[in-house]
Ligand binder design. Structure first.
Ligand code: NAP
Length: 177
């Protein structure tokens, strides 16, 4: 048994409750993960409050990302005890997500936790931070370099923009990456 935040649809309302669930209800994939950390994303808030059409299957465990430890695996790339992270892939929307003590994932969706990075740190960066990095890489791919002058970050108070301003742009400017 494990505890999860479960969303159920009642009428047109979303009801969110902490519930005890059975591992047999975790049917998504071939890797069972003990979730150590998840990020509370804007999309999760929309799903939990029912204010956005995020959930595509009911009932749903929200949480579009998580980091944790493999408890069981039928996937060739993962063994018990491996530290992994997941972001996206419809998790928390179509497949049960990370706001739970345990989650089932397709091994192909998982990424081994980078050496030296804790699960807590990975989820502090979170999907928003990951998206900020993807945005920066897209700029690099387009040939933008620090020597070309200042960069304007729009939406800088938001999840993606604040990570870009606080962490990525200063680091990349110093390192000239
Ligand atoms: N977070 C993720 O993991 C993720 C992943 C993939 C893609 N995205 C996309 O990345 C974008 C930013 O996401 P986010 O999570 O950072 O969102 P967020 O936390 O809600 O931040 C949105 C930002 O946009 C600003 N903003 C909103 N409406 C605006 C307007 N009409 N004119 C100017 N600024 C406006 C907000 O300013 P105020 O604070 O002043 O309202 C805030 O700074 C979104 O398009 C989202 O779909 C996000």
């Amino acid at each position: 048994m494990f505890t999860a935040l479960l969303l159920e649809e009642s009428g047109k309302q979303t009801q969110a409750r902490l519930q005890r669930l059975n591992e047999h209800q975790l049917t998504t994939g071939d890797v069972l993960v003990k979730v150590d950390y998840s990020t509370l994303n804007y999309k999760d808030a929309l799903a939990i409050t029912g204010k956005g059409k995020i959930v595509r299957q009911w009932p749903m465990v929200p949480g579009i990302d998580y980091a944790g430890t493999v408890l069981a695996s039928d996937h060739p790339d993962y063994r018990i005890g491996d530290e992994v992270l997941l972001t996206g892939w419809g998790v928390g929307e179509q497949y049960w997500g990370g706001l739970a003590e345990k989650a089932s994932a397709k091994g192909d969706w998982l990424i081994p936790l980078p050496p030296g990075m804790s699960a807590k740190r990975a989820m502090a960066i979170g999907t928003a931070g990951f998206t900020a990095m993807l945005s920066l890489m897209a700029l690099e791919h387009a040939g933008i370099t620090p020597g070309q002058g200042p960069v304007l970050v729009t939406g800088a108070t938001g999840g993606v923009g604040s990570v870009a301003v606080l962490h990525l742009i200063p680091i990349c400017t110093r390192r000239r990456c």
